[in-house]
Design a protein around this ligand. Structure first.
Ligand code: PMP
Ligand code: GLU
Length: 397
C-alpha cells in the first residue's frame, strides 16, 4: 500500500542526483562509467579547512548550534559580502543553513503563498521548480534561446509579470548553461523590479567564483531593489565542500527572521563542525578558489574543442560554472540497432548504456532539446568521455 501525500506524488525526483545514483549502481557492478552528471568539484576540501573541522571536534563544538548559525560564521559571511561583493548585510540579516538547497527552500517557503507565481528563466537548476511545487506556488517558466546564451531579457521578464507574481528566481553564473549576466544586464533586470516593489528577487550566486571573464556581479548591488533581493550562496562549489552542507542567505531582516523560524522547526542549526570549517574557508582567502578556477578554465576549453568535433552538437563557450548545456535535438528521430532517440532523456540513456557516460537530460532543467555535461572531472576522464560520446553519436542515423 502506498499512501504518500499528493504533495510528494507531484514532486519529481532530483534528476542530477538520480543520474549520479544510476551511475554509482552501474559502477558497483564493475561497469566503467564516466560520470559527467554530478555538479560537484572533484577536488578535495583544502587542508586548512579540514584542520579547522578537526579542531572544532577537539574543542567540543559538538552541541546544537544557534538556528541562524554561529556568530563568528555570520560575521565571516557579512565580511565576505562586503569584501567580495560590496554588499552590506549585517550578521542579523544572514541565516546559515544545511546547504544552499535548504537556503533556497527556506526562502521560497517563507515568501510564496499558495498559487503565487514564481518566474524562473529556463534552463534552470532542477530543484527550483520542485521547491516551488512544495510551496504550492506556481512556476512560470520564461524560455530563453541558445543564441542568447540562454539569458533572459528585461522585456521577457516584463511581459511575464502579472499581479500574481511574487518571486523572480535566477542564477548567475548559471547551472546548467554556464552563462553569466554582466553588470549592465543585471541593472536592466533590477530596473524592471524597481517598478514592481512587491516582487522579490532570489539570486542564487553559488557559482560566483567560477567566473572566467571577470569579477562576479551581484544583482544585490542595485540600491533601487535592495529591499527586494535575497542572495543565496554557500561554500559547496567555491571551496570544494559539497559534503559539508553549508549554505547561507543575505536578506532583509524580516526575511532572515522568517527563515530562522522555519528552519527552527525543520532542521535547527547547521552542523557545528561544518560551520567551523566554513568559517575557516571564508576567512582563509581565495587562493585555493583561484587555483581550482584555473583548472576548470582549462577543462572548459578542452570540452569545447572536443564537443566542436562532434557532428550535430550546438553549443557555445560558457563564461562560468562547470557545465556545458549543448542542444542535441539534431539526433531526435535518429536510430541505431533498434534504438531510436526521441528526446533528450532517450539520448542520455543511450549515452549511459552504450557509451557508459552519465549526463543529465535537459528536460529536468526545463529545456528538452539539451543535455547537461559537468566537467568537474579530470582531463583524462573528459578526453575519454568525449571520445565515447562522439563514437556513440556518430552511429546514429
Ligand atoms: N544552486 C545551484 C544552482 C546548484 O547547482 C546547487 C548545487 N547543489 C545548489 C544551489 C545547492 O548547493 P548546496 O546545497 O550544495 O549548497
Ligand atoms: N548542484 C549539483 C548539480 O546540479 C549537485 C546535485 C544537486 O544537488 O542537485 O548537479
Amino acid at each position: 500500500m502506498n499512501k504518500v501525500s499528493d504533495r510528494l506524488n507531484n514532486l519529481s525526483i532530483s534528476e542530477t542526483l538520480a543520474m549520479t545514483d544510476k551511475s554509482r549502481q552501474l559502477q558497483a557492478k564493475g561497469i566503467d562509467i564516466i560520470n559527467l552528471s554530478i555538479g560537484e568539484p572533484d577536488f578535495n576540501t583544502p587542508d586548512h579547512i579540514k584542520q579547522a573541522a578537526q579542531k572544532a571536534i577537539d574543542d567540543n563544538f559538538t552541541h546544537y548550534t544557534p538556528v541562524q548559525g554561529f556568530a563568528d560564521l555570520r560575521q565571516a559571511i557579512s565580511n565576505k559580502f562586503k569584501n567580495e561583493n560590496n554588499l552590506d548585510y549585517a550578521p542579523d540579516q544572514i541565516i546559515v543553513s544545511t546547504g544552499a538547497k535548504q537556503s533556497l527552500a527556506n526562502v521560497i517557503l517563507c515568501l510564496a503563498n499558495k498559487d503565487d507565481d514564481v518566474l524562473i528563466p529556463a534552463p534552470f537548476w532542477v530543484s527550483y521548480s520542485e521547491i516551488v511545487k512544495l510551496a504550492e506556488a506556481k512556476s512560470v517558466i520564461i524560455k530563453t534561446n541558445i543564441e542568447d546564451k540562454f539569458k533572459v531579457t528585461p522585456q521577457q521578464i516584463e511581459e511575464a509579470i502579472t499581479p500574481k507574481t511574487k518571486i523572480f528566481l535566477f542564477n548567475s553564473p548559471s547551472n546548467p548553461s554556464g552563462s553569466l549576466y554582466s553588470k549592465e544586464e543585471l541593472k536592466a533586470i533590477a530596473d524592471v523590479f524597481a517598478k514592481h516593489n512587491d516582487i522579490f528577487v532570489i539570486s542564487d550566486e553559488i557559482y560566483e567564483h567560477i567566473n572566467f571573464i571577470g569579477k562576479h556581479e551581484s544583482i544585490g548591488q542595485f540600491e533601487n531593489i535592495k529591499d527586494q533581493v535575497i542572495i543565496v550562496n554557500g561554500v559547496s562549489k567555491s571551496y570544494a565542500m559539497t559534503g559539508w552542507r553549508i549554505g547561507y542567505i543575505g536578506a532583509p531582516k524580516w526575511i532572515a527572521q522568517a527563515c530562522k523560524k522555519l528552519q527552527g522547526q525543520i532542521t535547527s542549526g547547521a552542523s557545528s563542525i561544518s560551520q567551523k570549517a566554513a568559517c575557516a574557508a571564508l576567512n582563509g582567502g581565495l587562493d585555493t578558489v583561484y587555483e581550482m578556477k584555473e583548472v576548470f578554465r582549462k577543462r572548459r576549453d578542452l570540452v569545447f574543442k572536443l564537443l566542436s568535433e562532434i557532428r550535430g552538437i550546438k553549443t557555445f563557450v560558457p563564461d562560468g560554472a562547470f557545465y556545458f548545456f549543448p542542444d542535441i535535438s539534431f539526433f531526435f528521430g535518429k536510430s541505431v540497432d533498434k534504438i531510436t532517440i526521441n528526446n533528450a532523456t532517450d539520448l542520455c540513456m543511450y549515452l549511459l548504456n552504450n557509451a557508459h557516460v552519465a549526463t543529465v537530460t535537459g528536460s529536468a532543467f526545463g529545456d528538452p532539446n539539451c543535455i547537461r555535461l559537468s566537467y568537474a572531472t579530470s582531463e583524462d576522464n573528459i578526453i575519454e568521455a568525449l571520445k565515447r560520446i562522439k563514437t556513440a553519436l556518430d552511429k546514429l542515423n
